[in-house]
Write a protein that binds this ligand. Structure first.
Ligand code: PMP
Length: 454
């Protein structure tokens, strides 16, 4: 490892960061993180702060989970890699698949397909959706519907169903036949509807209308996050996902749950779909499946799709997609250890309790700070704080104001994530009550600093 001065001098010199403008990153360099313990991270200057981001929603058990580290180290000694393409299969992948099937049986998910991350999982699920319809002779079902504000990774398929223009415009034209409907976002929507239940009804009606307009026989799947994450934490009304399930069923459309953030306890339930009482046809997982210690992803598939694939001897049922690192033995070993620890610690219980504390605390901050326009959460450790420069007009807060909040919060001992005008809180699910209080105190200081400079 080079000395820390090398890191500081070379920060962003040779490196383009994801989701950042290279020149901006140079002008305002990212924090260099060199260590982590428990729920805290340490930067190159030796400052230790609480990680209220949880890595990127994925270090659910924090950074000191020894059983996972040991499982990775042990697996590296025994079998550091082997391919899972036709003809071979690394042992740990078989074990993890059996465990995942057991875990997700209540969600009706009975087959496992491994990928190497979230974007891979999304694109795989979109491909399998089209393939399912082709196997059944419905060749015209190629389109996808999703939410504006939804986030489904950065590959071409995921970017095409993404509903945030920032992730789309620089890369267009994207996949044709991707339809976007309004998000269940009471704070901002085209109808001015602030009641979540009525908004859910309107969105369901728009979905029906789009299906009728396009023709149900052109649509392969609807893909959604059970709670929209990167879009700023947008939980739908509990009626919406069940309604979407029913509309999909009635029209022969598959429902894909993008559970890349919401699974493994983050919402206070084991999956976001289970939170809303829905069984999807496919679910995408990644992130917390290895507690972030190894890049890994999974698509899980429901019985009705399995029948179509496994009872067909046509070439069309050949799964002609997959990744060099699908089912990586080290990732699978990390996944097995993570599932065991996640279950042992029964993390949804703490996620629900600490999530309620942060949600209530963030609402109290809103009563105090004009910069906060909306606070969203209420389902585990996913909290969104949307900032505005004017509450009456809901004008999004400026970059400089957000910068002051995040820097002051950091100087007060807490790393937060700023995404546009949103602050996202998604700490490890094992976080304590005292650490949540510290997060709220640091944010309070951050908002006060921004107000003082306004
Ligand atoms: N879907 C959702 C809901 C996500 O939050 C993310 C990552 N933030 C992805 C897909 C993409 O995952 P990855 O970055 O691992 O490719």
């Amino acid at each position: 490892m080079r000395d820390h001065n090398f890191l500081i001098e070379n920060n962003t010199k040779h490196l383009w960061q994801p989701m950042a403008h290279p020149a901006e990153a140079r002008a305002n360099p990212p924090k260099i993180i060199v260590g982590a313990e428990g729920v805290r991270i340490t930067d190159v200057h030796g400052q230790s702060v609480i990680d209220a981001v949880g890595g990127l929603w994925n270090a659910n058990l924090g950074y000191s989970c020894e059983p996972i580290k040991r499982a990775i180290a042990d697996q590296l000694q025994v079998l550091p890699y082997y391919s899972s393409f036709r003809g071979s299969m690394p042992g740990p992948a078989i074990e993890l698949a059996a465990k995942l099937r057991e875990w997700f049986e209540p969600d009706g998910l009975v087959r496992v397909f491994f990928t190497s991350g979230g974007s891979d999982s999304v694109d795989t699920s979109l491909k399998l959706a089209r393939q399912y319809h082709k196997i059944r002779g419905e060749h015209g079902r190629t389109k996808f519907i999703s939410f504006k504000k939804g986030y489904h990774g950065t590959h071409w398929g995921g970017a095409s169903v993404n509903g945030n223009k920032n992730f789309r415009h620089n890369y267009e034209p994207l996949l044709p036949g991707c339809i976007h409907i309004p998000a269940p976002y009471p704070y901002r929507n085209p109808f001015g509807e602030t009641d979540p239940a009525r908004l859910a009804d309107l969105i369901a009606a728009i979905l029906e209308d789009e299906i009728a307009f396009n023709g149900a026989d052109t649509i392969a799947a609807f893909i959604m996050e059970p709670i929209l994450g990167a879009g700023g934490v947008i939980p739908p009304h509990p009626s919406l996902m069940p309604k979407i399930r029913e509309i999909c069923d009635r029209n022969g459309i598959l429902l894909i749950a993008d559970e890349i953030i919401t699974a493994f306890g983050r919402t206070g339930a084991w999956t976001g779909s289970r939170l809303w009482g829905v069984q999807p046809d496919m679910a995408c997982f990644a992130k917390a499946i290895t507690n972030s210690y190894f890049p890994f992803g999974v698509v899980m598939i429901a019985e009705r799709m399995v029948d179509a694939f496994e009872s067909s001897d046509a070439r069309s049922a050949n799964i002609a997609t997959g990744y060099t690192y699908s089912g990586h033995p080290v990732g699978a070993a990390a996944g097995l250890a993570t599932l065991a620890e996640t279950r042992r610690l029964n993390v949804p219980v703490n996620a629900a309790a600490r999530g309620a504390q942060l949600f209530e605390g963030a609402k109290a901050l809103m009563a105090k700070h004009e910069l906060i326009g909306d606070v969203r959460g209420g389902h585990g450790l996913m909290i969104g704080i949307e900032c505005v420069s004017d509450r009456a007009t809901k004008t999004p807060a400026t970059g400089p104001a957000m910068g002051i909040v995040s820097e002051t919060t950091y100087q007060n001992g807490v790393m937060i994530r700023v995404s546009g005008p949103n602050i996202i809180l998604s700490p490890p699910l094992v976080i304590s009550g005292e650490d949540c209080t510290a997060i709220l105190d640091a944010l309070d200081a951050g908002f006060s600093a921004a107000a003082a400079l306004a």
